[in-house]
Design a binder for this molecule. Structure first.
Ligand SMILES: NC(=O)c1ccc[n+]([C@@H]2O[C@H](COP(=O)([O-])OP(=O)(O)OC[C@H]3O[C@@H](n4cnc5c(N)ncnc54)[C@H](OP(=O)(O)O)[C@@H]3O)[C@@H](O)[C@H]2O)c1
Length: 283
């Protein structure tokens, strides 16, 4: 696979681990296993060099096959996966990490996250200590969390030695997460915005459409550009090749500061996924 020239335009964000992460990637939630290899190959062909998956998504194996088939060097593709909810106990977490590497067919990961804090189930502080062990083993460059609220992060700061490199949380124009994003930044944690398009729900919004019409772009491009200009890392998901290309074409236009503010003003604190304080489902 040859590298499209526009790959160079994707900014990289420094992490507190000393590594860097491409600010734009490809999301793979709800891509069924039989479709995941082709979808990932299409994304790599379009220029994406950052793939976000999870054991929970059931598609790590096919994503690993796509990376192998692409012929790209391991160092050219940034790979994130996540610890599943049933594996928070130390021994289970270490085994799950090995399983994820095995499924992906990789010797190391770029980023591994605790998928959900599950505050009423176990003790995510102990799980984080297992993540620190994985990091010390040298088989994962950076470790982080997902769906952690401020109080969950505060416990990690108070009781462990490593500040998460990222906090992957739901963020989009209807859930702008100003205070949690500011808290992440204050502590040197990069915010990753999941469901950056609110799974398509924001794309008919008149404010976003007006900006898109003025700039001659689509509502999805304007929304993704809004995230990038706010400094968050994003990985939109699409199994539609034209959209995969569209979502990567974000580096030859800019929103004004007032566009960014007008889109942020759409916030309604409306989630598409569960509230992390209440979500405690273990498979
Ligand atoms: N950590 C967590 O708990 C968590 C939770 C959810 C998601 N995530 C991560 O975040 C990634 C992105 O979130 P997401 O998949 O929930 O939602 P999303 O990226 O906000 O939206 C995906 C949906 O939007 C459609 N879409 C994509 N591009 C479009 C475009 N240009 N125009 C119109 N429609 C478009 C897709 O349709 P088609 O595919 O049919 O084209 C799909 O239905 C996930 O894939 C996953 O990697 C993490």
């Amino acid at each position: 696979m040859t590298a499209p020239s526009h790959i160079a335009a994707v900014p990289v964000t420094p992490l507190n681990s000393g590594a860097t992460i491409p600010q734009l990637g490809f999301g793979t939630f709800q891509i069924a296993a039989p479709d995941a290899k082709a979808a990932t190959l299409a994304a790599l062909e379009a220029g994406y060099r950052h793939i976000d998956t999870a054991e929970m998504y059931g598609n790590e194996k096919e994503i690993g096959q796509a990376i192998a088939e692409s012929g790209l060097a391991r160092t050219e593709v940034y790979v994130t996966s996540k610890l599943n909810n049933g594996a928070h106990a130390r021994a289970d977490a270490l085994a799950a990490f090995d399983r994820t590497l095995d499924e992906l067919g990789l010797e190391s990961l770029d980023l591994f996250l605790i998928h959900w804090p599950l505050p009423a189930v176990g003790d995510y502080v102990k799980t984080w200590r297992a993540m620190e062990e994985m990091h010390r083993s040298g088989r994962v460059a950076s470790i982080g969390v997902s769906n952690f609220q401020q109080a969950h992060l505060q416990r990690l700061f108070d009781e462990t030695d490593t500040v998460p490199a990222v906090n992957q949380i739901e963020v989009h124009p209807y859930l702008t997460q100003e205070s949690l994003r500011a808290f992440n930044t204050e502590h040197g944690i990069v915010t990753e915005a999941w469901s950056p398009l609110a799974q398509g729900k924001v794309l008919g919004d008149p404010v976003i459409s007006a900006v898109a019409d003025r700039l001659g772009r689509t509502a999805a491009q304007v929304t993704l550009r809004w995230h990038l200009q706010r400094g968050d890392v994003v990985f939109p998901k699409s199994v539609t090749r034209a959209r995969v290309d569209e979502n990567f074409a974000l580096f030859d236009f800019e929103l004004t500061d007032s566009d960014v503010l007008a889109i942020a003003a759409l916030n309604r604190d409306e989630r598409t996924g569960p509230n992390p304080d209440e979500f405690n489902r273990v498979p």
